[in-house]
Each structure stands twice: as C-alpha cells, then as structure tokens.
Ligand binder design. Structure first.
Ligand SMILES: [Zn+2]
Ligand SMILES: [Zn+2]
Length: 529
C-alpha cells in the first residue's frame, strides 16, 4: 500500500494511494491504509500525485477521497483507470482530476512537481521531482530502465542527470528487485519468446498475464495476427484494461481479430489465442475457472496450451502450483517462467538499474521505498556502497525529517489497515471472530432464567466446527455451564446480572472446549420469564 505524505508548513502533498490484498481468506477483498493522519490535515492537503496506474498505487484513492476530497494529478493511463474505479463510488464528492505530462511542472502550494518518464510494466509510468522547502526530492515511483520500450516512451536519463547536477536532497527509490543482479529486461525479448512459443502450438493457446500490462496485451494481439489466430479477452480485468488501452491508443487496434467470449467456441482450436486474467490462482478468475472446466464460455481440451506470462507474487506459490497441476491433470501443456525463462520480465529495476539511478541523481540523502524491510535494508546498503553517506530506512508509520543537513528519523504517526468486503469496512473484531471460528469453531449456548434470575430448565448448547463426542461432550459441557451459571444466579434480571450470567456461561464453555491455547468462539443468549 503505497501512500506517502510530504509535509511542510505550507501544506501536505500525497504521493500515490494504493491497496493491497489479504493473505488469509476471511471474506476480505482488499485492504487500504488507515487515513487518520490525512483526515487530521484535511485543510492542509494540497493534492494527491500519482506516479502510475497499478493498484498498489491508485486502488485506495476513492476511499481517501470519500474522507478527504483533494485534487488528483496522474498520468493519462493512470487517470483513465482512476476514473473507471471512481464510477463504482456513488458517494464521492466532485474531484478535480488533472492529467500530468512528463517534464511539465505544476505547482501545489509552495511545492513544484515535475513528472519524469520512467519505464515500468504499465504505460505512462512516472517518477516525480518535487521541489520542496527541504530541497529537491526525487521519488522514482516503480521503475526499470528499458532501453527500447514498445511504446517508444523511454526513461528520462537526461533530466535525472540534470537534477542530479543541480543538487538532489533526497532520493526515494524502488527497492523491489534489489536481490536481482543486473537488469530487468525488456518487453521486446518477451515478445520474441512468446511469438516463438505460440507459433509452435497447434491447438488453442491461453496466455495468462497481469492485465494492467498493456505492452504484453499489445504484443499478444500482434502475435495473434502473425500466427493466424483470433483474440479472445477472458476475464473482467483483461477486458477493462484492453478497453482503456485501446481508447488511449496504446493497443495496436485490431478489431477484426477480436472474438467475444460467447463465440470463442466457434473458432477452430488452432486459430484461437485467449488472453486471460487469474495468474495468481484467484479461484473465480478466468484461469481458475478454465482449470476446473467450469468456465461458462470456454472449455479447454487436452493438447491446448496454457502459458503463464507472469510471475508468482510471493505468498501465492502453493495456489499457483495447484493451478498449474489442475491444467496438467486435464491434459494441457503448461508453460511458465520456470520452464520457459523468457516469457516474462519484471517491471522493477534490478541492482544495476538501481545503481544507475543513484549515480545519475547523486542524492545527498537516500530512503529506499517499495519493498519488505529486507529489500529496504539491502537497497540502503547499495546506496552506501555507492557513496551516499546519509541513508535512512523507515517503515510504515515512521516519518523522516528532511532539512538542509540531511534526513533524520521523525515521530511515528497512526497507520493501519482497513479491510474492505464488497465496498464495506470489516472491523478488526469481526476478523478476529472469523479467525477463531475457522480455527476452533463456534459454540452456541442458550440460558433460560426465571423472573428472579434463577436458572430455569436445561441450558441449550450446540456447536459448529468443534471436534466433540456428541454422546458425552455435549451433556458434560451443559453440566459445566449450568454449574457456572448456578454460582452467579439469583441476582435478578437487570442488565448487569444478565451480563454476569452470560460471562459465567461463556467462560465455562470456553474452558470446556479449549484445545491447548485455542479456545472457540462462544455466543451466549439469555431468555427471561
Ligand atoms: Zn507498479
Ligand atoms: Zn508498486
């Protein structure tokens, strides 16, 4: 979740506003940052500047704008994606959306922001050169240095060097691939390798991609044309990105090649190229459904090929392997970057590119961004090796103070994660309950009391998801709960007396069904009369 505030007495600007995805499956779609810090400074917020259109940089914008409306400055491709996303939020106030252009400076209060072209796995990626009261700050955004990008929009080496010569106070740079030696590689090599692979195939070919990579989309449309195939976009996100890329003229438009999913079945097997989403094994994605033979529009057959032109995001390895195996079990040929190394490249700079960025900008101070603590640390080490003496590693919630001397750690601010399910926030307490229920189950206890608050009739007890012996455990648990209730009964039927009864019943049931340190969720209801 990239979301950074730059603050001075003149005001606050925010760089990027992204989401992340949950690791556990607890009914949460996305996670966005807690915005308390920015809400407290709503009046000082001058604008939100976006580096590029990836979800981890724009996905949380509507959630921030709902709370703190502010103008948004973004490159055209990101802006189109932001508009698309904002349409899902009916309660948003009117927001100024301003398209940025590389090298075209704009003022926000006393700050001057200059977007600079960088190359990345989405069109229109920018770094930001921000003139601040603390000096020139360069934020690379996500970048790599691709010498011959498919859209001809190369990285702005000249401007980075000029700024470096003029004096850069602080460089904030993308640490994602600090452990990758050398360079990331370019889309042209991927295009060649995919072309060779697909040309050899005699049956259907399904290619899984990250849909935001419009370069890859465009490459695949060209390959389809060259290999006599028609193109079918499968999955909502592929369709959305293809529509936006085409609208902005970033996709070699070949409407003649397109076949809608409804008609994909009619295309002879050797003449169909499917571009699909779901490379991270999301169960309801196009690839997920195809792997189970459950896609309503298309059924793959043995001999068809499934090509993963993608990487596995750390944490998804097991589900992605299950996905490969599901296809192979059904007789499909699976290709992925392990079997065919050239069919994907990263969008992030390797060590050599990171070193070049530091050498061009010659920053006085350096803060690594975009990576785990490990990546940040390694990147900080690289900067030191390259002669930057003032290096600071900070994590979420920590601030850094930049002045004429250098950077120093500042105070900590409130940060956190807001879990969203279908547009609504899921409170932390509910997530804890879901976690407990999934681990040890839930016990439902009902206690009847008479008007004096004495136990009346037998306690009712039912369990779900708890390992019990139905013959003996339930009866014993009922006796334990009844015993506990009798100790506190007879105190009347006021609110505090009923709380006492519920508390006693809950404790007794939790203790009875405890598994080591794990205790189930117990829900107690009381009836009086
Ligand atoms: Zn990115
Ligand atoms: Zn990113």
């Amino acid at each position: 979740m990239n979301c950074m505030a730059i603050e001075s007495p003149d005001g606050v600007i925010v760089v990027d506003c992204g989401i992340t995805f949950p690791r556990e499956d607890r009914g949460v779609d996305i996670i966005h940052p807690v915005f308390d810090y920015l809400e407290d400074r709503a009046d000082a917020l001058l604008g939100i500047v976006i580096t590029h259109g990836h979800e981890d940089h724009i996905g949380a914008l509507p959630y921030l704008l709902e709370r703190v409306p502010a103008p948004v400055y973004a490159p055209p491709y990101a802006l189109a994606l932001i508009k698309e996303r904002m349409r899902e939020f009916s309660s948003l106030p009117p927001i100024d959306l301003v398209a940025t252009t590389p090298r075209k400076k704009f003022d926000l209060g006393h700050y001057t922001v200059e977007p600079l072209r960088v190359t990345h796995s989405i069109p229109d990626a920018t770094a930001l050169a921000i003139a601040t009261p603390g000096g020139m700050v360069i934020h690379t955004g996500d970048f790599k240095l691709e010498d011959d990008p498919l859209d001809g929009e190369g990285y702005d080496i000249e401007r980075f060097q000029e700024l470096g010569d003029a004096g850069v106070s602080l460089l904030l740079s993308d640490s994602t691939n600090i452990d990758v030696p050398g360079r990331a590689g370019g889309e042209r090599e991927v295009a060649d390798n995919l072309r060779k692979l697909i040309a050899k195939k005699k049956q259907r070919v399904v290619v899984g991609i990250f849909p935001s990579n419009a370069f890859r989309l465009s490459t695949l449309v060209e390959i389809a044309a060259a290999t006599g195939r028609r193109v079918c976009y499968l999955g909502r996100s592929v369709q959305t990105h293809a529509r936006i890329a085409e609208h902005l003229n970033r996709l070699g438009a070949r409407p003649d090649l397109l076949v809608p999913p409804e008609r994909a079945r009619e295309v002879p097997r050797g003449q169909l190229l499917v571009i699909a989403s779901g490379t991270q094994a999301e169960p309801m994605s196009a690839l997920g459904r195809l792997s189970r033979g459950e896609h309503p529009k298309l059924n793959l057959e043995a001999g068809d090929a499934v090509v993963f032109s993608s990487r596995t995001i750390p944490g998804n390895e097991l589900s992605v392997w299950d996905l490969y195996c599901a296809f192979e079990r059904r007789g499909m040929d699976v290709h992925y970057s392990g079997s065919d190394p050239g069919i994907h490249v990263s969008g992030h700079a390797g060590r050599e590119e990171q070193s070049r960025m530091i050498a061009w900008t010659k920053p006085r101070s350096f803060i690594p961004v975009h990576g785990t603590f490990h990546h940040l640390n390694q990147h900080a080490r690289l900067a030191k090796q390259l002669g930057v003496s003032d290096v600071l590693v900070i994590e979420n919630g920590q601030t850094a103070v930049v002045d004429t001397e250098g950077v120093m750690p500042g105070s900590n601010v409130t940060v956190g994660r807001v879990h969203i399910d279908d547009g609504e926030e899921v409170p932390a307490e509910i997530l804890r309950e879901r976690a407990v229920m999934s681990e040890v189950g839930v016990i439902l206890v009902s206690v009847g009391l008479d008007r004096e608050g004495r136990l009346k009739g037998a306690v009712g007890l039912a369990t779900r998801g708890v390992t019990v012996d139905p013959e003996t455990d339930i009866a014993e648990a009922v006796r334990a709960v009844e015993g506990a209730v009798r100790e506190v009964q007879g105190r009347g039927v006021g609110a505090s007396a009923l709380d006492g009864v519920r508390d006693a019943a809950r404790r007794a049931a939790r203790r009875f069904f405890a598994h080591g340190q794990r205790r189930p969720l117990v829900v107690v209801s009381t009836t009086v009369g």
